[in-house]
Design a protein. Structure first.
Ligand code: C2E
Ligand code: MG
Ligand code: MG
Ligand code: MG
Length: 288
């Protein structure tokens, strides 16, 4: 914990700390007493393939609309849910909702789903997710699980086993927020992965920093050598795109190609995209 040099700062820290604790307590109470089944939902953010010139998948992003807390972001509640033992319940509810949405989409669209540390430290739980996939009769190849470096950090051996299991059933595994944590390269070496998502912190700096550009280029080249697909996270501007497109990433995800949206809007985006690719007048308009 940070030690403040001045009295004023110290008070400021304490207020922030106790505010956060208050929030965490309220969140934990609502996790226990709220109607999670009804209140938790997903937004879907498009992942665009420059090679195919279309959206090929969506990342499912958790949201929580609670009558007393309002709209809670995952950064606020996932950690509390992990600490207080509610995470698997949260994950299971969200996953079922994600599968229901995925089933409405065409077969060539897939879904990326975030798993937390506690989720993947429990083999039985991961098996239950695979069970859900079977029950819903969705092809496992349409599902990808995103894990963060911090999520696997605690136990690399168990994580590897669990991830192997997911992959042997045909699901894919992506390492999220690559480059933002510690010993990233060790994970590339030790974990069974299909994909790497390069953290937004590099992307943001790319237009103004040659160093960041070179780092992104090097990670993309490394992924290609290791047979991993790579995703650029958080591309927001044409300026960033102009610098990044020549590096030929496999996928791009960011506000430039779409914000996280409702399942209904995601469905509409897919329909529009299919329409555009089959309607000759649209094609003409695009190439003109
Ligand atoms: P993440 O998995 O790295 O997801 C990407 C985050 O970046 C999302 O924030 C997304 O809305 C945001 N983002 C995407 N494109 C842009 C962009 O162009 N600019 C900016 N500024 N931001 C962008 P979100 O939805 O708030 O999620 C935050 C984190 O919470 C996620 O980071 C993920 O680690 C975690 N999370 C979200 N949903 C779940 C879930 O269902 N389960 C678990 N365990 N974690 C989740
Ligand atoms: Mg993610
Ligand atoms: Mg990420
Ligand atoms: Mg993140």
């Amino acid at each position: 914990k940070a030690k403040a040099r001045f009295r004023g700062q110290c008070i400021l820290f304490e207020t922030t700390d106790s505010k956060e604790m208050e929030n965490a307590t309220a969140i934990e109470r609502e996790l226990r007493e709220g109607n999670l089944e009804q209140e938790l939902f997903l937004l879907f953010q498009p992942q665009y393939s420059p090679g195919e010139a279309r959206v090929v998948s969506f990342e499912a992003l958790a949201r929580w609309q609670n009558p007393r807390l309002g709209l809670v972001s995952p950064d606020a509640f996932i950690r509390v849910a992990e600490r207080s033992g509610f995470i698997q319940k949260v994950t299971a509810i969200l996953f079922r909702k994600g599968l229901a949405e995925l089933k409405k989409w065409p077969d060539d669209i897939s879904l990326s789903f975030n798993l937390s540390a506690r989720d993947i430290s429990d083999q039985t739980f991961v098996l239950s997710l695979l069970g859900q996939i079977m029950e819903e009769q969705v092809s496992p190849s349409r599902l990808e699980f995103e894990i963060t470096e911090t999520a696997v950090m605690s136990d690399l051996t168990t994580s590897s086993t669990v991830l192997d299991r997911l992959r042997s059933r045909g699901c894919r595994v992506a390492l999220d927020d690559f480059g933002s944590g510690y010993s990233s390269f060790e994970y590339l070496d030790q974990l069974p992965l299909d994909k790497v998502k390069i953290d937004r912190s590099f992307i943001r700096k790319v237009p103004h920093s040659i160093t960041s550009r070179e780092i992104v280029a090097a990670i993309i080249a490394l992924c290609s050598k290791l047979n991993l697909r790579c995703v650029l996270e958080g591309v927001e501007t044409q300026e960033e795109m102009a610098v990044l497109a020549p590096l030929q990433p496999d996928l791009i995800q960011g506000y430039l190609f779409g914000r996280p949206m409702s399942g209904k809007d995601a469905g509409q985006l897919i329909a529009d995209q299919q329409q555009a690719s089959t309607d000759p007048t649209e094609l003409k308009a695009q190439s003109a």
